[in-house]
Design a protein around this ligand. Structure first.
Ligand SMILES: Cc1cc2nc3c(=O)[nH]c(=O)nc-3n(C[C@H](O)[C@H](O)[C@H](O)COP(=O)(O)OP(=O)(O)OC[C@H]3O[C@@H](n4cnc5c(N)ncnc54)[C@H](O)[C@@H]3O)c2cc1C
Length: 511
């Protein structure tokens, strides 16, 4: 394995007023902790490699379900949380990765928050978060319609484009796997695919709608076609009656932004709160600054176990090892033992994305940033892929007289954005915001963070390949994988995936 390891992210930069570039301690350093429930010789029942939301949740669930067993989390960084983290400065809260979460299906972040006694700290986004905008022709901000009436009145599509959308129920069912773009075009017409599918995929994942598999990424939409022959009729029926199938739990299809699909974060802390609570619940079970390097199979008198070799040459042993890692890193651990699974995981694309957050005096912003944010139809002029209007949806995350806008840039559309210096990235985003919102002052606060290979893109064939990977891993005798490559990229998905793997492991430990 490459000793330097894959660089997930570059240093985050904060630009204070006056423009001087600091290199802050991004999310706080914590001292090393030793595992509390450690059997002699570094021997454990479970070793979790990776202390992001997935690894922490898995360890927490196993500890609850199999009390008295030794479970330890190895995290190479000096903090846990991985992509999830928040920075607090000058009265602003800036999430460096996810800015919030929506709850869907049982066992997600909402349930985890309850288990961690965080229920009272949940902060619901304002009603403005129900409104999503689209930036067209670099300057026109359109509100996306959420009802048929709004759709008919919206300038989003031409009359012909609208008619084509309305004809969707007549389109023949075709269940061959397709990219999101082709699927949208086949069912709703090319105009909607160009206007909505491309910006939505770019703005949410930095990925390419022409590559992303509808079946892997939006399986529920495909299910509506399979079950009802039409997305529109299926959605209407589910909205009216609710449904529960073996594959999907949807009590009633919520309208965009409706409660249940509403965005949440944590009061006073941002998303970091969830990580802090998990870290506290796992006190003594986390080893920070501990990079696992490879896995060896060991046959001993008491059976076959896994040996986890660390970067410094020390080793631990465990019956179960959970790889709660980006799939390309999990692939490096699996390669000597399950080469097919490793090569499938290594092939999942992960575009770079960059988070740039800028704050302005409210008086310096002519056009109020309404709604949750906007998606963009890519052009040469606008570098921003999407925005989150943080001070609009979570007013407590910025002082009252300030506007805080978080933007996403880069992705497959604009790989060159990753090589910009922090000053350049901030300047580009600032120029876009000047143009779009009529900003006429300098940012009072700027934050920039480049995430390298952070969000997996699920290409065609992903679902089948992952099914094969999970089957191979299940037959390995003690290896497990979980994270954002397997059953969804959102943190709700990661938490549910962590529960899946925790239930398997706890079942084996207690069964
Ligand atoms: C910019 C951005 C915005 C996002 N926005 C949202 C959002 O708004 N809502 C939402 O639901 N989701 C969002 N996501 C997705 C979501 O945040 C991620 O999918 C999720 O956090 C992944 O968590 P994880 O624990 O699986 O992986 P990670 O967070 O990547 O954690 C893996 C951990 O493993 C550690 N590690 C790596 N190698 C080793 C090793 N050899 N030994 C020990 N430790 C190792 C890493 O340091 C890291 O801490 C966003 C993602 C990004 C990048």
């Amino acid at each position: 394995m490459d000793r330097a390891g894959p660089r997930r992210h570059r240093d985050a930069h904060v630009h204070p007023p006056g423009g001087r570039l600091d290199r802050p301690d991004l999310l706080g350093h914590r001292g090393r902790e030793e595992a509390a429930v450690t059997a002699p010789n570094g021997s454990h029942d479970v070793v979790v490699i990776g202390g992001g939301i997935t690894g922490l949740t898995a360890a927490y669930q196993i500890t609850k379900q199999a009390p008295g067993r030794s479970v330890v989390v190895l995290e190479r960084a000096e903090r846990v949380g991985g992509i999830v983290g928040s920075r607090h400065q000058q009265g602003f809260t800036v999430d460096t990765g996810p800015h919030g979460f929506v709850v869907y299906g049982p066992g997600g972040v909402g349930d985890l928050a309850d288990e961690l006694d965080l229920g009272d700290e949940l902060l619901l986004a304002t009603d403005e978060a129900q409104k999503l905008l689209l930036l067209r022709n670099d300057e026109e901000l359109l509100t996306l319609p959420t009802t048929p009436r709004e759709f008919l009145r919206s300038p989003l599509l031409s009359a012909r484009g609208k008619l084509r959308v309305a004809l969707e129920p007549l389109v023949r069912r075709d269940l061959r796997e397709e990219p999101v773009y082709e699927f949208t075009a086949r069912r709703f017409g090319w105009e909607l695919a160009r206007t909505l599918a491309v910006p939505a995929v770019l703005g949410v994942t930095g990925g390419d709608a022409r590559r992303l598999s509808i079946d892997a990424k939006f399986a529920y939409v495909r299910y509506l076609e399979e079950r009802y022959g039409s997305i529109l009729l299926g959605a209407l029926r589910v909205q009216l009656r609710g449904t529960q199938t073996g594959r999907f739990y949807v009590p009633r299809l919520p309208k965009f932004g409706e409660f249940g699909m509403r965005l949440h974060t944590f009061r006073g802390h941002g998303m970091q709160r969830l990580i802090d609570a998990l870290e506290k619940a796992l006190a003594g079970q986390i080893r920070l600054g501990t990079r696992a390097e490879r896995l060896e199979r060991r046959t001993a008198a008491d059976g076959r176990r896994w040996r986890i070799v660390l970067e410094d040459g020390a080793a631990l042993e465990a019956d179960h090892v959970i790889l709660a890692l980006p799939s390309y890193t999990a692939a490096e651990f699996l390669e000597p033992h399950l080469p097919d699974a490793a090569s499938a995981l290594a092939s999942v694309p992960h575009p770079d994305v960059r988070v740039v957050a800028l704050a302005y005096r409210r008086d310096d912003v002519r056009r109020e940033p309404g709604g949750i944010g906007f998606l963009t139809i890519p052009t040469d002029r606008t570098r921003i892929l999407a925005t989150i209007h943080t001070s609009t949806i979570f007013p407590e995350q910025a002082p009252e007289d300030m506007v805080l806008i978080r933007t996403l840039a880069g992705g497959v559309q604009d790989p060159a954005f990753s090589s910009l210096s922090s000053d350049e990235a901030v300047r580009m985003v600032h120029q876009d915001l000047v143009h779009i919102f009529g900003v006429h002052g300098e940012p009072v606060f700027a934050f920039d963070h480049l995430w390298r290979r952070a969000i997996p893109e699920y290409p065609l064939g992903h679902r089948d390949r992952i099914a094969d990977v999970l089957r191979d891993v299940a037959g390995s005798g003690g290896l497990h994988v979980a994270g954002n490559t397997y059953h969804g990229v959102g943190i709700n998905d990661c938490v549910r995936d962590a529960r899946r793997v925790a239930a398997d492991v706890a079942g084996e430990l207690t069964g």
